[in-house]
Design a protein around this ligand. Structure first.
Ligand SMILES: Nc1ncnc2c1ncn2[C@@H]1O[C@H](COP(=O)(O)OP(=O)(O)OP(=O)(O)O)[C@@H](O)[C@H]1O
Ligand SMILES: [Mg+2]
Length: 417
């Protein structure tokens, strides 16, 4: 990963210039990122756009037409910025609509001189995907935990190992068909194709966490508007996911009710002030934030309304951290991100309730200067790094004139066609 304009330098070689786009439909915001892969394989973000989401409630599409229009506007704006059009996008999927399920695939090694070939690996992947699922579930992706060659386990990449039998121990990302169909239909109504779904924690985890953190054990918490999405990584890969039904919208609602004001006023009041950092009592007038008449509120009264909701969030988080990681104290700690993590003093507040090392990450990547785009950026880098792997680039590094995007489009598609 490089900083500056390039966000995925050196991952793939000898590519023709190509375009990949991603879409993150959140409850509060819909975001699109368009990236160009240059001939050296460096990835540059050339277009991005964020719009307040329409037709969404608690992570679900409740008005397809309105949602499709919002998606269309978001992608069109990014296209105008990029100076190019896209016909399809990779779509981010919330853990709310997905589950991880353990699976194993076992095949005989057919490579020359019993050397494991990329084709053997591909057959092991296909075998691990063959599980019976309830009718409303769909396999979207596969996360390899380890390869085992003739009982010799712990392998990350078994290609060229010698043996008779290749096993893959994996986690399958299984999506909820109803949610997927609605998302797919909305993107379709917006006039675009869906290249595939990427579980957002996978995208965010690879982008925002260090290899060390992912190896030791780390919990990533994306605190959004309607929900907090959790993902636990250990030994290098995603291990478990979870969702808490609390986010920034709960805080705003509490404020709107407590102060008897509108939601937009409560939202502005919340975002535009450093409430937890106040050392002295401060008084603000709600009319400066859109309230119809003058109404004064002290910072103390404000904190009394919002803190219980943050407390509830962190207490739930503490329990989930334990359940998802099986540790009382997570080795590399907890990383907080998402819109709510912009709350000033958020990490300090979290530390009061959670007995774990905690850090807030509002890092940005490449030319993108808003952490709100991280899921959309991460989808692109995830897809590119995975496609390089799936295409055998890691072991072969032959270079290809067929273009990266052609390969990328093959990847993930076969999971849900
Ligand atoms: N500076 C800030 N201080 C406090 N809260 C903030 C700030 N900026 C944004 N938020 C809150 O972050 C939330 C939006 O976060 P984000 O953009 O990550 O949500 P989303 O991804 O659209 O939603 P979801 O993940 O629930 O679908 C809103 O509830 C908003 O009030
Ligand atoms: Mg989100």
């Amino acid at each position: 990963m490089t900083r500056g304009n390039s966000i995925c330098g050196g991952e793939v070689e000898s590519l023709t210039k190509d375009i990949v786009a991603s879409l993150d439909v959140g409850t509060a915001n819909t975001r699109c990122v368009i990236a160009e892969v240059d001939q050296k394989g460096d990835v540059h973000v050339i277009g991005m756009s964020s719009r307040p989401s329409v037709g969404m409630r608690k992570g679900l599409i409740i008005d397809l037409e309105a949602n499709a229009l919002c998606i269309k506007e978001t992608i069109s704006f990014a296209e105008r910025m990029a100076g190019t059009t896209v016909s399809s996008v990779y779509v981010g999927l919330s853990p709310l609509h997905a589950a991880l399920q353990g699976s194993r695939g076992m095949v005989a090694v057919l490579g020359d001189k019993h050397e494991v070939s990329p084709e053997d690996v591909e057959r092991a992947i296909q075998a691990a995907k063959m599980i019976s699922l309830p009718p409303n579930r769909e396999v979207l992706d596969i996360i390899s935990k380890q390869y085992i060659v003739d009982g010799y386990g712990g392998l990350k990449d078994p290609v060229r190992m010698v043996g008779m039998r290749l096993e893959l121990e994996a986690l399958l990302v299984v999506g909820n068909l109803t949610a997927l169909s609605n998302l797919r239909r909305s993107v379709d109504r917006a006039g675009y194709g869906s290249d595939g779904f990427v579980l957002k924690p996978l995208a965010l985890g690879e982008l925002m966490l260090s290899e060390d953190e992912r190896e030791l054990g780390v919990l990533l918490c994306d605190v959004g508007a309607s929900a907090t999405e959790l993902s636990y990584f250990e030994e290098g890969t995603l291990r478990s996911i979870g969702v808490l039904p609390i986010g920034g919208a709960s805080v705003t609602n509490d404020l709107a009710l407590g102060l008897r004001t509108s939601t937009p006023t409560a939202e502005r009041l919340k975002i535009e002030n450093d409430w937890f950092g106040q050392t002295e009592e401060k008084v603000v007038d709600l009319s400066a934030y859109g309230h119809v008449e003058s109404k004064r509120i002290s910072s103390k009264a404000f904190v009394e309304i919002i803190e219980p909701r943050y407390e509830e969030l962190f207490k739930m988080l503490r329990q989930q951290a334990k359940d998802l990681s099986n540790h009382d104290v997570i080795p590399a700690g907890i990383v907080l991100t998402g819109g709510v993590a912009k709350t000033k003093g958020f990490a300090g507040l979290a530390k009061r309730y959670i007995p774990n090392p905690v850090r807030v990450s509002l890092d940005t990547y490449g030319a993108v200067d808003d952490p709100g785009y991280n899921a959309a950026v991460g989808i692109i880098t995830y897809v590119l790094s995975r496609s390089a792997y799936v295409a055998g680039q890691r072991s072969q590094r032959r270079g290809s004139s067929s273009g990266l995007v052609a390969r990328v489009k093959g990847f993930l598609k076969d999971f849900w066609e």
